[in-house]
Ligand binder design. Structure first.
Ligand SMILES: Nc1nc2c(ncn2[C@@H]2O[C@H](COP(=O)(O)OP(=O)(O)OP(=O)(O)O)[C@@H](O)[C@H]2O)c(=O)[nH]1
Ligand SMILES: [Mg+2]
Ligand SMILES: [Zn+2]
Length: 313
């Protein structure tokens, strides 16, 4: 038969599969591979299960028999990655957006997100937004330590969005914009979608409300993949998401090579003798602030082992 649905076997119900674009109040929008979008509810078994469907999940649908919402999500495919903050499944990359000013950049939050992305095997890209609000050389003071990490980073402002560089990173991928509220995530996403959808204007139109606080994660098809707009957040507790203390270093690639030279294999890089990470930081003062944040996280995680069972990542 024509259309998105295929009939798997005689007598079996119609099935369809696609990607969850958003889920609000128990109603999920699923984009089928054919391009058709369906509204669905969840099968009871999934509602009671531990795995909550997230935008980015691949879902298999069956007919519900209910005319009001004719399709239900029957099954989810295994995920290759997932994050709780922001809650998106199957991310390939994450654009960590932090404004250089208004609001002031929360570097503790940025470093936490770098750790969590690394642990979830999602490549982080740092985007310093509202770049025009902080002139040089203060802007370089802020961004230079992150250039030593090896992570890709860009500056962006309303007049010069690095659209070409971003486009090269998004083709065929699922990418989320993440970061605090008001840093310009939706504005940036709107810019990218606007450039690609100029002829219709439809998606940009829909995103007008993106100028206001984003309330839900939502995926938008873009360049053979998807871009996810996500609500801003400011609190993120590493012990609560179940991070293990030794995983902290994953968000600090500039220390990882040195860490192999420490006297003790299980060195915490705090006060152990012959710690190569501490020696490196002494040699390169630009690394000090990032190291201090590492120390904060490591001590916090070492001190709160009770949370370790609650692994949510
Ligand atoms: N000065 C300046 N303002 C910007 C820039 N980008 C966005 N803004 C403004 O910053 C405000 C917040 O932008 P949004 O795109 O809604 O921010 P957001 O990160 O999506 O915020 P949430 O949805 O609440 O998480 C808006 O008033 C934008 O016009 C920029 O590059 N420079
Ligand atoms: Mg927004
Ligand atoms: Zn060490």
């Amino acid at each position: 038969m024509a259309g998105p649905m295929s009939r798997p076997a005689a007598g079996a119900p119609l099935v369809a599969s696609g990607i969850i674009m958003k889920g609000v109040g128990g109603l999920y929008e699923v984009l089928l591979d054919s391009g058709q979008q369906l509204s669905c509810r969840l099968r009871g078994r999934l509602r009671r299960g531990t795995q909550t469907p997230l935008p980015g999940d691949r879902a298999e649908l069956i007919q519900s028999g209910d005319a009001a919402v004719p399709w239900i999500i029957d099954r989810l495919s295994p995920r290759h990655s997932f994050l709780l903050r922001p809650p998106v499944a199957n991310l390939d990359r994450i654009f960590l957006c932090f404004s250089v000013s208004q609001p002031e950049p929360d570097l503790l939050l940025l470093d936490k997100l770098l750790i969590l992305s690394a642990v979830a095997s999602i490549e982080p890209v740092i985007i310093w937004t509202k770049a025009e609000l902080l002139p040089q050389p203060q802007r370089s003071l802020l961004t230079a330590p992150y250039e030593l990490t090896g992570y890709t980073s860009f500056c962006s402002d309303v007049c010069s969005v690095p659209a070409q560089q971003l486009l090269a990173l998004v083709k065929g991928k699922l990418i989320a914009f993440a970061g605090p509220s008001g840093v310009g995530k939706s504005t940036l996403l709107n810019c990218l979608l606007g450039a690609a959808h100029m002829e219709t204007g439809q998606v940009s139109q829909r995103l007008q409300r993106g100028r206001h606080t984003t309330r839900h994660v939502e995926l938008f098809p873009f360049a053979g993949g998807f871009l996810a707009d996500t609500p801003g957040f400011s609190s993120l507790e590493l012990p609560v998401v179940g991070l293990r203390p030794e995983e902290c270093i994953c968000g600090y690639p500039e220390f990882q090579q040195a860490a192999r030279q420490c006297r003790y294999q299980d060195c915490h890089h705090l006060s152990e003798p012959d710690c190569a990470v501490k020696a490196l930081v002494l040699q390169q003062p630009k690394l000090q602030d990032r190291y201090d944040r590492y120390v904060t996280f490591r001590k916090e995680l070492d001190a709160r082992p009770s949370y370790r069972q609650n692994r949510l990542i």
